[in-house]
Ligand binder design. Structure first.
Ligand SMILES: [Zn+2]
Length: 285
């Protein structure tokens, strides 16, 4: 990765950190964020610097061997950022925060069950809560990696949450989703432990989510009643492109399959023969 690309990521990181504040998932300087640069290094937010005054050159560069470069010290949680990026080659961004409702569940060591289908956004039938370990320690990093097995997010016991993404945007989106699901769960619990969706249903939900992440529509249970793009009416399209009389004239002037002759009307630099017949004819008219 060249310096210009790295600088672009630094700027994007500052923007994402400020969005962590504006979406309300970040509390003070508790959150931290990292992104993979290459096989050996990553960028990470500095320790204890408020996001609203942070600039791109405040972002720290770290190597996987624990060495760093920059104006500050790296986040105290650099260890789990480094270990997750090293362990999860499918992900590029690690976002950590102490968002209110995710942390409310985490202080009770509650795994979020499939009480709502959106639990599936973290990639599995539950969002696990990692066992407690002191912040900044290898023990916390190990616990986080365990809780993230097969998942894109987890809670950290008596601490907060971690969300992963391929990009800053996807990690931020997921962190906000985890916080929203946590809030729903906390509120649902006030009426008692809610019923949960079956593992079979959650497998279907996760399949639908994966299809949509590939830009496909959800599967419609074998029904033909599916959403589909509206085909443009052929007659109307032809009228719009070239009125009937002119189409006839074009046909006479330039047979559809052959290249339109230049006739001196087409710009000299661009051979008219490369233009579709109708387009070239419109210019002549
Ligand atoms: Zn923390």
């Amino acid at each position: 990765m060249n310096k210009a690309q790295e600088n672009a990521l630094r700027r994007e990181m500052v923007t994402t950190c400020r969005k962590m504040n504006s979406t309300g998932i970040n509390q003070g300087t508790a959150g931290n964020l990292s992104i993979r640069l290459d096989d050996d290094s990553f960028l990470i937010t500095p320790s204890s610097l408020p996001y609203d005054i942070m600039q791109p050159d405040d972002i720290m560069k770290m190597w996987f061997d624990g060495t760093f470069e920059g104006k500050h010290r790296p986040s105290s949680e650099w260890r789990f950022h480094r270990d997750i990026l090293r362990h999860r080659e499918d992900m590029n961004v690690v976002l950590h925060c102490h968002s209110m409702y995710a942390t409310t569940l985490a202080v009770h060591h509650k795994t979020i069950p499939s009480f709502h289908y959106m639990t599936g956004v973290a990639g599995g039938i539950t969002i696990r809560c990692a066992r407690y370990a002191t912040f900044g320690t290898q023990a916390l990093s190990d616990a986080a990696i365990e809780a993230l097995d097969g998942r894109l997010a987890c809670l950290l016991g008596q601490h907060g949450q971690i969300s992963l993404g391929k990009s800053f945007a996807s990690a931020l989106w997921l962190a906000v989703e985890v916080e929203t699901i946590s809030r729903m769960y906390v509120q649902a619990l006030t009426l008692g432990e809610p019923p949960i969706l079956s593992d079979e249903e959650m497998a279907r939900v996760i399949g639908q989510m994966q299809r949509m992440s590939y830009g496909q529509m959800p599967e419609a249970d074998g029904s033909n009643d599916v959403a589909r793009p509206k085909a443009a009416p052929k007659k109307a399209a032809a009228k719009k492109a070239a009125p009937a009389k002119k189409v006839a004239a074009v046909k006479k002037a330039a047979p559809a399959k052959k290249a339109a002759p230049a006739r001196g009307a087409a710009p000299a630099k661009k051979p008219a023969g490369r233009k579709p017949a109708a387009k070239a004819a419109r210019k002549r008219n």
